[in-house]
Ligand binder design. Structure first.
Ligand SMILES: [Zn+2]
Length: 270
């Protein structure tokens, strides 16, 4: 499976061909392009808490949801805290975080209800979408390095299995645009936490640098963890986009030192 760029109504976005081939869902990963926000938020900012004009962000949501074919009224937003909580979303949650106040904190959302559009944010951190086309269950996860170490994507798969009866071999995963190994430079705290969580198999995803720093491959680590959870390697798509290398087209927290908007990943059962 691959993640490719497409566009509709002048709005570019990324999709996973495996999700499209399986059918039954609408989904997309946003870029910076195609919105109405201005200044440091130009132009497709989907984050409400970054200082942008709320009406412009809402218009960006209208444009983006229309482009990828999900329900604007059915949006349910995550309220991310770099934790490992995966929240089960029901019809009662529809609109939370955008049309009404969100009353939860969660870095992962999961549902089997058609019409609910799970929404995750990122700006270097990884958006990960999960889809079981057999049991008709979806999940969306935000994984920075802490979420990666905590295995939040694998926890979402576990929840798909435990609550909805999914089989891991049926689950498709799309790891979206985020900071890649080329740019994710860290001190030793990150590789230490990663090797503690993953063991020796993590080492191929960590590079020691001559300046004493490390480069860590969060995308590879999440793919590795999903495989350990029982997903088939051919069911895991990984975006080649590095948000920091391509900071002109994607929001990068590191490149902008936090003066930025947010991109989103959305997934909805049809
Ligand atoms: Zn890079």
């Amino acid at each position: 499976m691959n993640i490719n760029e497409t566009s509709r109504n002048g709005i570019p976005f990324l999709t996973c061909d495996g999700f499209d081939a399986a059918g039954g869902v609408a989904h997309g990963f946003s870029t910076r392009e195609g919105g109405v926000s201005e200044g440091i938020f130009a132009s497709l900012n989907l984050g409400f808490c970054r200082g942008d004009d709320r009406e412009k962000v809402l218009e960006n949501y209208r444009r983006f949801t229309s482009a990828i074919g999900v329900d604007y009224e059915g949006l349910v937003l995550s309220n991310q805290v770099h934790g490992d909580i995966v929240r089960t979303v029901t019809t009662a949650d529809k609109g939370k975080g955008i049309h009404s106040k969100g009353d939860y904190e969660a870095d992962g959302l999961i549902t089997d209800v058609p019409g609910i559009c799970l929404t995750i944010f990122g700006a270097d951190c990884l958006p990960i979408l999960l889809y079981d086309p057999v049991r008709r269950v979806i999940a969306a996860v935000h994984a920075g390095w802490r979420g990666t170490v905590n295995g939040i994507a694998a926890k979402a798969v576990d929840k798909m299995v435990q609550i909805y009866g999914s089989r891991p071999e049926d689950v498709l995963a799309a790891i979206g645009p985020g900071i890649s190994m080329c740019c994710f430079e860290t001190d030793e705290d990150v590789p230490n936490a990663v090797t503690e969580a993953f063991g020796a198999c993590a080492l191929k995803h960590i590079q020691f640098q001559e300046n004493g720093k490390f480069h860590v491959d969060l995308k590879g680590l999440n793919a590795l963890r999903l495989e350990k959870t029982g997903l088939l390697p051919e069911h895991i798509a990984v975006s080649t986009v590095c948000t920091m290398c391509q900071h002109d087209r994607f929001w990068s927290h590191r490149y902008t030192h936090g003066e930025r908007g947010s991109q989103a990943a959305m997934l909805q059962l049809l």
